[in-house]
Design a protein around this ligand. Structure first.
Ligand code: NAD
Length: 317
């Protein structure tokens, strides 16, 4: 672990399936000298911290504390919010909005008092609505509040494309944008494989015709439903995706990631939080990358934004 990482404190709010896996992935990657878990479920949060501590000798040196007192998050550099209700089989992310907005406000209100200088990453669903609400009430400088957005969904898309084309995932440059949820869309017009436009790609007899795009979009968007149906929650992929975002932040990488933030004119969209490729570095989320997307992709993004705006309005945000 670097000296810088050793001085870093990451607080994870919520020690359930997602929070504990974020902590586990963070521990293995050696991203922080101190990990603090906070949850109202006293026994659970203590047990998760103890279990992680029992494994800590096999990972880069990390101090792990778990408590039902938000004071455990004091002076955190980064706060990852995962507390809240999760989807039940068949339930959409937007169905969780009301209850999770209240939980987010009550918890982050207390955490902000003890960790005023932190960067806040929202993972709790519906991720974009929670990001929009938290950006408003936390009143922190621009860039210090954002959501994990479609980093996970983009990984699901890249996985599917790489399987179909039998090519390494790292060569698949494809982005899911918009809502982290049912209205999300792949930016097909800028998808490329190793530098070649997806539409023109044909190697080893493998290509993806545009006629398959809708089915792929659906398979990505329904990924969480399938996993939840089978095991009750999604945790490994979101744990790793969040650790990737944390790494980009803490190592000041200037990585371009599809995280969710309140837009201010990019892609013609304002006053809505959703995911578009954005610069992530030690300051948090920075400028948005405006890609030359097709009219069709732009219309899909617009539609996703409208879904989110209507939802935010109906919730009185
Ligand atoms: P979980 O039920 O396993 O854990 C949630 C935890 O939050 C529980 O331990 C609970 O005690 C805690 N909690 C509830 N209210 C609290 C409060 N007021 N203060 C502190 N802690 C509180 O659920 P999970 O599977 O870990 O999912 C957590 C959230 O993450 C859900 O909203 C889920 O939909 C979301 N999620 C997001 C993504 C993403 O890509 N953004 C992916 C997976 C899950």
């Amino acid at each position: 672990m670097t000296n810088e990482a050793q001085k870093t404190k990451i607080a994870v709010i919520g020690a359930g399936a997602v929070g504990s896996t974020v902590a586990y992935a963070t521990l293995i990657k050696g991203l922080a000298g101190e990990l603090a878990l906070f949850d109202i479920a006293t026994d659970l949060v203590k047990a998760q911290a103890e279990d992680l501590n029992h494994g800590a000798q096999f990972a880069p040196a990390t101090v792990i504390n778990g408590s039902d007192d938000p004071a455990v998050t004091a002076d955190a550099d980064i706060v990852v919010m995962t507390a809240g209700a999760r989807q039940k089989p068949g339930q959409s992310r937007l169905d969780l909005a009301g209850v999770n907005i209240n939980i987010t406000k009550s918890v982050l209100g207390k955490v902000r008092e003890v960790a005023p200088n932190a960067i806040y990453i929202l993972v709790t669903n519906p991720c974009d609505i929670i990001t929009y609400a938290a950006t408003k009430f936390l009143e922190l400088p621009k860039g210090r509040v954002f959501g994990s957005g479609t980093v996970l969904d983009s990984a699901r898309l890249r996985y599917l494309i790489s399987k179909k084309l039998n090519v390494a995932m790292t060569n698949v440059h494809a982005i899911m944008a918009g809502e982290h949820g049912d209205s999300e869309i792949p930016l097909w017009s800028v998808a490329n494989i190793g530098g070649q436009a997806l539409a023109d790609y044909a190697l080893d007899g493998k290509s993806i015709p545009a006629s398959e795009y809708d089915a792929i979009r659906k398979e990505v968007a329904e990924g969480a439903y399938r996993v939840i149906q089978g095991k009750g929650a999604t945790n490994y992929a979101i744990g790793l995706a969040t650790a990737e975002i944390l790494e980009a932040l803490l190592r000041d990488e200037n990585r371009i990631l599809p995280v969710s933030s309140v837009l201010d004119g990019a892609y013609g969209l304002s006053d809505v939080a959703l995911s578009v490729p954005s610069l992530v570095n030690r300051q948090g989320v920075g400028e948005v990358l405006e890609l030359p997307i097709s009219d069709e992709d732009r219309a899909g993004l617009q539609k996703s934004a409208e879904t989110l705006k209507a939802n935010a309005k109906s919730l009185g945000l």
